[in-house]
Design a protein around this ligand. Structure first.
Ligand code: ADP
Length: 520
């Protein structure tokens, strides 16, 4: 397996997978925690509302007990007990006790307002008769020892929203039906309200809603206008089922609090994962680079050995031929000298390139930056190279529209141009044409060196300026080279505050573009 792939797998298995598993587990349990907290909270709210309902029921039951108690002592005493009850509880509009359900005359009404009309008697009578089933049920309960109170529909005029509360009491002779007409608004304000204030403890807002209009008729919060739907929890008021109790947290709701916490945790977890992934990618990239470099270095050693071996073999072969006097004619001798000379040049070229590279890399090379006329320098290089180029069958052109002065080191500039022309020669096949041109841009002088050779794949274009990098595919790629040329070129250019780029298409050729800072 290729080493970079292996490193990628190791990094993924050791770091990424466990971290991602952990995050997924944490994220899923975050939701569960949230649900659990909400569940507990909901139960607490229910308990609070339960206690308020219980309290209201107790209050009414104590009234009922008082009526029952008074009913069993003497007639006038009963009226005074009921009078007291009405006096102390302004929510009770009137109380009544019925002997039998059918006769009007058997209804006794107790009220602070003494003008009791006939219509009041008949309205109560009618209301009771319309609810005989319920009342019979109440009697049945009472007989089995359980006293229940029940709100029934009534048809009393002008007090339609008053609640008629009925129950069964022990009379002097037999069971009697009794009832209270209660103003719910006053009941809620006088009895339920103080209780709500006590349990709200500045942490909750408790309200009572009229279920039909859905607006709060009482709230522990001043100027509270919310509807029953806004409450986290709403329950019926047991005593008056037309009304409901609502409870919610003061300030931010628990749901919001839990949500905020969950969101923070979620963001942190995701952030952590992103950081981890980025760190792993960076680590992977640098390891990959190191592996690539090590690979390139080992290729470099074999390339260079090969590069050196070929000219050395040629030199020793022709020197030996000459030495042994095997060269027949003077012409042959001359030919061999030329070969030996050429190969020795090639050898020293390679050695120079390596030395140059190591010097530049070690920062030992000092540049002398001055104003340079590009046109002149390039013309001179081409003049020196003219024979060499033509000898190899190359045509070339140099297009220069105006004089272009740049800031550069002359020697380094020449080395750069020679390297690029050498490459253009090396990597051209049938079409042997090299075009050089100059261009001025805003702050830079540009040199274009264009060939019509083999071209460079997009994937390789990103690496050709790396140390030791050589393109490993294609016939020409196998031709001589060390993989140092373009890396050296790039280093030299950057030392002169310039830059280099390439555009290339496989089979069509490449254009290297060198930028130098303009001399003003
Ligand atoms: P070398 O030529 O010694 O291999 P370089 O650093 O000069 O090393 O070039 C790196 C690689 O870039 C070469 O192996 C070659 O494949 C590619 N290359 C450079 N110049 C050209 C060019 N003009 N046309 C096509 N490929 C090129």
């Amino acid at each position: 397996m290729n080493p970079t792939k292996r490193i990628a797998i190791i990094l993924t298995v050791i770091f990424l997978i466990p971290a991602l598993f952990f995050s997924v587990y944490e994220i899923s349990s975050l939701n569960k925690d949230e649900e659990m907290i909400e569940d507990i909270y909901q139960k607490q709210l229910e308990a609070i509302l339960f206690s308020v309902n219980q309290y209201s029921d107790d209050a009414v039951n104590s009234w009922v007990s008082k009526i029952e108690l008074g009913n069993n002592i003497k007639e006038n005493k009963n009226s005074s007990a009921l009078h007291n009850l009405l006096m102390l509880n302004s929510s009770i509009h009137l109380a009544f006790i019925v002997d039998t359900l059918n006769e009007k005359s058997n209804i006794h009404i107790f009220s602070l307002d003494s003008t009791q009309t006939d219509s009041l008697y008949s309205s109560i009578q009618e209301s009771l008769q319309q609810n005989t089933l319920t009342l019979q049920q109440l009697i049945k309960y009472k007989k089995s020892g359980f006293r229940k109170t029940e709100v029934i529909k009534h048809n009393l005029k002008h007090v339609e929203y008053f609640q008629m509360l009925t129950f069964v009491i022990e009379g002097p002779q037999h069971l009697q039906i009794a009832g209270l007409l209660i103003n719910p608004q006053i009941f809620i304000e006088d009895i339920v309200g103080p209780r709500l204030q006590t349990v709200s403890k500045d942490q909750f807002i408790l309200s009572v809603f009229n279920k039909s209009s859905n607006t709060p008729i009482y709230s522990t919060q001043i100027n509270d206008t919310v509807s029953v739907n806004t409450s986290v929890l709403a329950k019926d008021l047991w005593i008056f089922p037309d009304y409901s109790l609502g409870i919610r947290r003061k300030g931010t709701s628990l749901k919001q609090l839990v949500r905020e916490r969950t969101n923070t945790n979620l963001t942190l977890l995701i952030g952590l994962d992103v950081v981890l992934i980025v760190a792993l990618l960076l680590a992977f990239r640098s390891v990959k680079r190191e592996v690539q470099l090590a690979q390139n270095k080992s290729d470099f050693v074999s390339n260079v050995s090969h590069e050196i071996r070929t000219p050395l073999a040629l030199i020793s072969m022709f020197a030996e031929t000459l030495e042994m006097g095997r060269a027949k004619s003077e012409e042959k001798k001359q030919e061999y000298y030329t070969i030996i000379n050429k190969e020795a040049h090639r050898l020293s070229g390679i050695v120079n390139k390596i030395l140059n590279f190591s010097q530049t890399e070690a920062g030992k090379k000092t540049l002398h930056i001055e104003t340079v006329l590009l046109n002149q320098e390039i013309s001179e290089v081409l003049k020196t190279y003219d024979f060499h180029l033509k000898n190899k069958g190359f045509e070339y052109s140099f297009h220069q529209s105006a004089d272009l002065y740049v800031k550069a080191d002359k020697e380094a500039l020449i080395e750069i141009i020679i390297n690029l022309i050498d490459n253009a020669i090396k990597y051209s096949a049938e079409k042997k044409r090299i075009e050089i041109s100059l261009e001025t841009q805003e702050n830079a002088g540009l040199i274009y060196i264009r060939d019509h050779g083999v071209g460079i794949r997009k994937a390789d274009q990103n690496h050709i300026f790396d140390k030791f990098y050589r393109v490993s595919s294609g016939d020409l790629a196998k031709s001589q080279g060390t993989g140092l040329g373009l890396s050296l070129v790039k280093q030299l250019i950057e030392k002169q505050n310039g830059k280099i780029s390439v555009t290339s298409a496989v089979g069509q050729g490449s254009t290297f573009i060198v930028h130098f800072p303009l001399a003003r």
